[in-house]
Design a binder for this molecule. Structure first.
Ligand SMILES: CCCC/C=C/CC(=O)SCCNC(=O)CCNC(=O)[C@H](O)C(C)(C)COP(=O)(O)OP(=O)(O)OC[C@H]1O[C@@H](n2cnc3c(N)ncnc32)[C@H](O)[C@@H]1OP(=O)(O)O
Length: 253
């Protein structure tokens, strides 16, 4: 994490090759979000050290033939990450410098503002296409960002949006030519709040987002059980196995 002299924290995801979200990365993100809150940073920008991938979403290896204890901890840590990021009182923005499928899209849509690099990148919640179901809060993050009807169609079809499509539907707010420009545009968004009292801003955001946050907060155990039931279904394990094999085959070409 870097905090520059204008007081904005730039947090760079750095788990090669594709920033897939495993337990360790999620724990590191949670610690970093706590630090950003403690340091009273003006805001936080999330970006990636990879030149082509913002985040490939959840690490499928955490869900494929999982260890029962670890997979539960993994899910609870993911819930924590989302609660901290979606519910952060400080301003948040994502400089999306590469692909952002599934959990990568979740991170981006949990922020308040998104700038994505122009190029052949895609963003979206593709879970149904993999034979898995995007949890309520994943769906809520998308519904919070794009119109409900577009969100329903995107979720049921597992749509991955091109950068142009994402801009058109409002899934991203701006495009940028490169990472530096994306970060600059995110900073400009965060600096819009320079003259707004931070307590009033933060509380307004939390009230605006509270319904969605409360849904998970009051339902965490049931959400965890639902995930564990789903992930342990033979059909889901079969889908994950096929998908992993497809990814491996593709990367070896
Ligand atoms: C019941 C579950 C509910 C919760 C729902 C789940 C939400 C999720 O987030 S599931 C994860 C969904 N993610 C994806 O569908 C993305 C998959 N990845 C890709 O499409 C591409 O990797 C990507 C476009 C991101 C990048 O492409 P490339 O730059 O060409 O990289 P490679 O495809 O060659 O991948 C390199 C290397 O990484 C492995 N990989 C990729 N994604 C994942 C992942 N999500 N989890 C684990 N591992 C992943 C890939 O297999 C390659 O491995 P090696 O062959 O060993 O090099």
């Amino acid at each position: 994490m870097a905090v520059d002299n204008d007081g904005i924290a730039v947090v760079t995801l750095q788990r090669p090759p594709v920033n897939s979200l495993n337990l360790d990365l999620l724990q590191a993100m949670n610690n970093t979000f706590d630090d950003v809150a403690k340091n009273k940073s003006k805001g936080m920008i999330l970006t990636s050290a990879s030149p082509t991938v913002f985040s490939a979403g959840l690490d499928i290896m955490e869900m494929y033939k999982p260890d029962p204890k670890r997979v539960e901890t993994f899910w609870v840590t993911l819930q924590d990450m989302w609660l901290k990021l979606f519910g952060a009182s400080f301003p948040t923005a994502a400089a999306i410098n590469g692909h952002a499928p599934a959990g990568g899209c979740l991170i981006a849509t949990s922020c308040e503002y998104r700038v994505m690099l122009s190029g052949k990148f895609t963003i979206g919640l593709n879970e149904t296409a993999l034979g898995i179901v995007a949890p309520t809060w994943f769906q809520d993050s998308l519904r919070h960002t794009i119109p409900t009807r577009q969100a329903e169609i995107a979720l049921t079809t597992g749509k991955m949006f091109t950068v142009d499509e994402a801009l058109k539907v409002g899934l991203i707010d701006e495009t940028a030519a490169d990472k530096a420009e994306a970060i600059e545009k995110c900073k400009k968004f965060i600096k819009r709040f320079d003259k707004i009292p931070s307590l009033a801003r933060g509380m307004t955001k939390q009230i605006f987002r509270q319904e969605v946050l409360k849904k998970l907060l009051t339902n965490r155990q049931a959400d965890t059980k639902q995930f564990l039931d789903l992930v342990n279904q033979p059909k889901v394990q079969q889908s994950l196995e096929l998908y992993l094999a497809m990814l491996k085959q593709k990367s070896q070409k």
